[in-house]
Design a protein around this ligand. Structure first.
Ligand code: FAD
Ligand code: SF4
Ligand code: SF4
Length: 479
């Protein structure tokens, strides 16, 4: 059915219903409801169908946004899903957790003056309708190929590659050191942004379509990298970045000063019904505590909002620059503010105080100085501005670096960048070793799910091309 489009002048932006802050603080459920069908159509129809769609240009997957918005506005949801899933392996996930304010929606031309089209919410709606209607199927290869690919890491990069390779008919085996597949989608990102069933639904589909998952299998410990290469015709490394950055300050080793991801993983495991001794002993539980989170990115926002839900007495976020210079999504910051988190901008810890356990943070004020190499203003200490903040739990959310992968994989000949990430051809994920590819955070450094999907898909295409080119080589025995 044809729909009136370009309605943005008369129809205001409406996001799906957001649960009230007081209600959502009491649980870990997602904070947004689904669009009802009429609202999704109405909001999709606001798109002005730009000749040069900047939304699409700024989506890392170059999703054909205007076309699937038009189809959604016309109620042609199955076609909309087919189009959206042609470029995005996990549209239901990106629709929920992409920082749209920095990507597609932030670049929507009607943003200035009329507020952007709600692209992420419509993408999620289309995908959820497809799941409910039974339109989502896993890879169904037309023919099986006699070659296999080993994928190290079952996060979004590895899974996107696994999906694409399986579609081509390869035997795909994913190895992950965790006991569940999903990487940071399961053990990093909290439930209130991405419910775990949404991830499980996808990994179940992949398993049913023939992707083999080896959980609790760490490459470099349970299976050597060279054995892995012998087992498969190509190997993709998608192991993410996990070494928590630290600061050098007195008292940083006190009990109660904890890396953010340890804390978030414990909380996610509790939500999944696991037994987590460090949570049950109280070490990683924020209940009744004064919590101070150091950092201003997405991980810091996930920590403050998790602590709030765990029943912390007070939650304070210390960030050394101002709000405009925060690295994460501004929307996440507003949600945290609505939920009662206190922000201390232009503040940084100088020392962690206490005997064995942390009792307080000595913070100092900062001012913004001249721009650094990346153009962001350099924070400078304001002398004499120290203050003491009570703290029973301090969560360090200062970013992540790669593990020393060449060491843990026992392959010194794998080329690295000066940051310790894997050196690859950015378009194909090819490393310097024949038959070895890499994708996601282990290549880019800590980044975004949508970029991990993009890299996984690109690397899968390169693997396919290279294996096709080498098709005349003698085959390995299957099994
Ligand atoms: P990962 O998701 O890290 O997966 C890597 C996998 O490799 C893991 O499962 C790990 O167990 C496995 N592995 C590692 N080494 C080995 C080994 N030797 N053997 C076997 N397996 C191994 N991005 C967004 O877009 N939106 C968000 O809202 C968002 N929130 C975030 C919140 C937090 C707390 C964090 C930490 C990150 C967040 N991100 C977010 C970033 C996003 O999660 C990552 O960019 C993305 O998950 C990277 O995907 P990946 O597949 O490269 O790595
Ligand atoms: Fe926007 Fe992310 Fe969807 Fe691209 S994948 S359209 S950036 S929400
Ligand atoms: Fe539609 Fe905005 Fe994209 Fe233009 S930039 S096509 S208005 S969503």
């Amino acid at each position: 059915m044809a729909a009136d489009l370009l309605t943005f002048v008369d129809v205001p932006q409406r996001r799906p219903e957001k649960r009230a802050a007081g209600v959502r603080r009491a649980d870990f459920d997602e904070i947004f409801d689904e669009y009802v069908p009429e609202r999704a159509r109405e909001q999709a129809a606001r798109c002005s169908q730009c000749g040069i769609p900047f939304c699409q240009v700024h989506c890392p997957l170059h999703n054909n946004i205007p076309d699937w918005l038009k189809l959604a506005a016309e109620g042609r949801l199955q076609e909309a899903y087919d189009l959206s899933s042609a470029t995005n392996t996990f549209p239901e996930i990106c629709g929920r957790i992409c920082p749209q304010d920095r990507l597609c929606e932030g670049n929507c031309v009607i943003e200035k003056g009329f507020e952007s089209v709600t692209i992420g919410a419509v993408e999620r709606y289309i995908a959820e309708t497809a799941f409910e209607s039974g339109w989502v199927s896993g890879p169904r290869p037309r023919a099986e190929r006699p070659r296999s690919v080993g994928v190290v890491g079952g996060g979004p990069a590895g899974l996107a590659a696994a999906d694409a390779l399986r579609r081509h008919g390869y035997r795909v085996e994913v190895y992950d050191r965790h006991d569940r597949i999903g990487g940071l989608l399961i053990y990093g990102i909290p439930n209130f942004k991405l419910e775990k069933d949404v991830v499980r639904r996808r990994t179940d589909i992949l398993a049913r379509s023939g992707v083999v998952f080896h959980t609790s299998t760490e490459i470099g410990r349970d299976l050597s990298f060279s054995d892995l290469r012998d087992r498969h015709d190509a190997v993709l490394i998608a192991t993410g970045v996990y070494v928590a950055r630290d600061i050098k300050a007195p008292g940083v080793g006190l009990a109660g000063v904890v890396p953010a991801l340890d804390y978030l993983t414990a909380s996610n495991r509790m939500g999944l019904g696991d037994t987590v001794p460090a949570f049950e002993s109280g070490a990683l539980d924020a209940r009744d505590k004064h919590v101070v989170v150091i950092g201003g990115g997405d991980t810091a926002m996930d920590c403050v909002r998790t602590a709030t839900r765990q029943g912390a007495r007070a939650v304070t976020c210390l960030y050394r620059r101002d709000r405009d210079n925060m690295p994460g999504s501004q929307r996440e910051v507003s949600y945290a503010m609505e939920e009662g988190v206190r922000f201390e901008f232009l503040a940084t810890p100088e020392a962690f105080l206490g005997d064995e356990r942390v009792e307080a943070v000595r913070a100092v004020r900062m001012r913004l100085g001249e721009p650094d190499e990346g153009g962001r203003p350099t924070p400078r200490v304001v002398p004499g501005s120290q203050r003491r903040l009570p703290a029973d739990l301090v969560l360090m959310a200062l970013g992540f670096d790669p593990e020393p992968i060449a060491e843990s994989f026992g392959t010194g000949d794998l080329a690295l960048t000066r940051w310790g990430t894997l050196k690859t051809d950015m378009l194909t994920g090819r490393t310097n070793l024949a038959g070895v590819y890499a994708a996601g955070d282990i290549v880019r450094g800590a980044s975004l799910v949508v970029w991990a999907i993009r890299d996984g898909r690109d690397a899968a295409e390169a693997i396919h091309l290279d294996l096709e080119a080498a098709a005349s080589r003698p085959l390995r025995a299957a099994g």
